[in-house]
Design a protein. Structure first.
Length: 212
């Protein structure tokens, strides 16, 4: 639960965004969004100290030195999947169509069978969303299934890589394209913060946002 852990570290510690991003395995812009309460969902913090993943001594070192890279005490336990269908809590089931729509729009190379396995839904539902005949299609919003808690980032990344390989899609990173995407993210964040009147005195730049 990296996002919940990041939320706790933002609220309860004096660590820098870069330190939190490195420890949780997230992008620094995600940490910025959590700190600014602009994340898609309001997260309940998860204490990594109580979970045994971070010691108080290591946290103190990080707070005293902004350049200190936090060392994890032990890896968080991974949920074990069985061979049966994925179980989704009742509170999350209404979010499935939004997650399916996000995958269809952002990764059209992923098959219905793969989506069904990842999110735990039926091919009939996926087909209805694809052809826009779903009963609630007008109200659906494409939202990342990882943010919704319907799948882990590792599972999604693995499925995207597998689907891209089968479809013959080149997944190598273009440095110029990556830089353009990063600049677009910075501009978007700046616009959001200007809109709510919370832009800091020091303007956001690629150097300040991505400094390790």
């Amino acid at each position: 639960m990296p996002h919940a852990t990041a939320a706790w570290l933002v609220d309860e510690t004096g660590l820098t965004f870069s330190q939190i991003a490195e420890f949780c395995g997230l992008h620094i812009l995600e940490i910025q969004a959590i700190a600014d309460d602009t994340a898609a969902t309001k997260l309940k913090g998860r204490d990594p100290i109580r979970a045994g993943e971070l010691t108080k001594e290591e946290l103190a070192k990080g707070e005293a030195n902004p350049d200190h890279v936090l060392r994890i005490a032990r890896l968080p336990e991974q949920a074990r999947r069985t061979s049966g269908p994925r179980y989704t809590p009742v509170s999350k089931r209404q979010d499935k169509p939004d997650g399916i729509l996000w995958i269809i729009k952002n990764h059209p190379e992923i098959t219905d069978a793969q989506i069904s396995k990842l999110i735990g839904t039926t091919k009939t539902t996926i087909a209805a969303i694809r052809d826009k005949s779903h009963w609630n299609y007008a109200n659906l919003q494409a939202r990342d299934p990882v943010t919704l808690g319907l799948a882990s980032q590792r599972e999604l990344d693995a499925m995207v890589a597998t689907a891209a390989k089968k479809a013959g899609i080149d997944t190598s990173v273009d440095p110029e394209k990556a830089e353009a995407q990063r600049a677009a993210l910075i501009n978007q964040l700046q616009a959001e913060r200007h809109a709510v009147g919370t832009i800091p005195t020091e303007a956001l730049t690629a150097e300040t946002l991505f400094k390790k």
